[in-house]
Design a protein around this ligand. Structure first.
Ligand code: NAP
Ligand code: G4F
Length: 329
């Protein structure tokens, strides 16, 4: 039985990846950080399942605390490490740039070093997945592929780029099996509520249920390549099963504007979005990323990965889940 360690296990991707690895027979260990309120909603169905008691195990740790990362590495002795933990909100990174750099960039270095030391001590191989982002391409012209030059546009993107190069450097300097995923936006009903897609579908659910009237948004012209998170965690796993470590763009190859997402979501409940959406400058960014559109040729041809959920299916899935929440709440 393979053992995996996931940082960011309580996040959107951490929850889907845990389900995927458990379904493949893995023993899954996750790092959770202490909070004054419970932050395990997305994984409670796994953590509280008696049948998974021995196969889904949580450990306290923090990307800011190298000692905790080293301790968990020694306790778990994983075959595969998936580094998903991050202060992952681009807008927030402008308000908390140093914190974002510490968790996203230096935190990744701390974890890579913990893994390197573990390998050196035990002589066993450990495969490492680094959660890179299409934000690293930033202002680069679309479509973006593995050959595109990076041009990050936020403290988050700069920090992810530093993490990316730490990961490449550990691969080249120490011969470690490290793969970087350059993942374009991926969403789901478990998406954090302040990212634009979920913010829209939550509001659509509440407006349709008569519990809210207005939705304030920022830039509607930005274009993103949006896929389904459940599909993207499969690409992460495939990267660590490959013969050689490498870096891969993961995307659908299709982009849409925020406005199109809004239109489709409101159309689904037969409402006119123009009557409900207002503009609020607070949701704009000091430097915006206008257009992300990935070229997934490499991941398709080398790893056999392709997205299963289309853009309209994704919008529908998220609206329906949030309609249900609004009706219940
Ligand atoms: P998410 O839902 O925001 O989850 C982030 C996870 O990181 C949460 O489990 C969070 O814990 C944890 N975390 C934050 N700070 C931490 C710290 N100091 N120590 C330990 N854990 C910490 O993000 P996601 O959408 O699942 O994305 C997963 C990863 O992929 C992130 O690195 C993100 O930057 C990257 N990424 C995401 C996308 C996307 O479109 N979703 C695209 C490209 C790359 P709490 O639950 O306690 O907050
Ligand atoms: O949903 P967003 O906040 O996602 P963003 O900035 O693209 O970042 C996400 O995807 C990255 C991959 O490309 C990840 F690395 C990152 O961790 C995160 O998961 O914003 C999408 C677009 C932006 O252009 C933003 O300006 O939507 C625009 N937007 C318009 N109104 C808004 C809003 N974004 C948010 N969050 N809230 C708004 O009200």
């Amino acid at each position: 039985m393979k053992r995996a360690l996931i940082t960011g296990v309580t996040g959107q991707d951490g929850s889907y990846l845990s389900e995927l690895l458990l379904s493949k027979g893995y023993e899954v260990h996750g790092i959770v950080r202490r909070a004054s309120t419970f932050n395990r909603d997305r994984i409670d169905h796994l953590a509280l399942d008696p049948a998974l008691h021995d196969r889904f195990v949580l450990h306290y740790g923090d990307m800011a605390d190298g000692s905790s990362l080293r301790r968990v590495m020694e306790t778990v002795a994983p075959d595969e490490v998936y580094n998903l933990a991050a202060q992952s909100h681009v807008r927030v990174s402008f308000d908390q740039p140093e914190y974002t750099a510490d968790i996203v960039a230096t935190g990744t270095l701390r974890l890579l070093e913990a893994v390197r030391e573990h390998i050196q001590r035990g002589g066993r191989q450990v495969r490492f997945y680094q959660a890179g982002s299409s934000e690293m391409f930033g202002a680069a012209n679309p479509p973006q592929s593995e050959a595109t030059l990076f041009h990050p546009r936020s403290p988050y993107a700069v920090s992810k780029l530093a993490a990316h190069w730490h990961a490449v450097n550990h691969r080249e300097a120490y011969g470690m099996f490290v793969a970087n995923g350059l993942l374009f936006n991926h969403e789901s009903p478990r998406r954090g509520e302040s990212f634009v897609t979920r913010k829209i579908t939550l509001a659509v659910g509440r407006i349709a249920a008569g519990k809210q009237q207005q939705l304030a948004l920022g830039n509607l012209d930005a274009r993103r390549d949006w896929g389904f998170a459940g599909d993207y965690v499969d690409a992460m796993w495939r990267m660590l099963q490959a013969d050689q470590p490498d870096d891969y763009v993961v995307a659908t190859g299709e982009s849409h504007s925020v406005r199109e997402f809004v239109e489709l979501a409101f159309d689904h409940v037969k409402l006119d979005w123009r009557k409900h959406v207002t503009f609020d400058e607070r949701y704009t960014r000091p430097s915006e990323v206008d257009h992300l559109l990935g070229d997934p040729t490499k991941v398709r041809t080398k790893l056999g990965w392709a997205p299963k959920v289309s853009f309209p299916q994704l919008v529908q899935m998220m609206v329906e889940a949030d309609l249900e929440i609004a009706r219940r709440g």
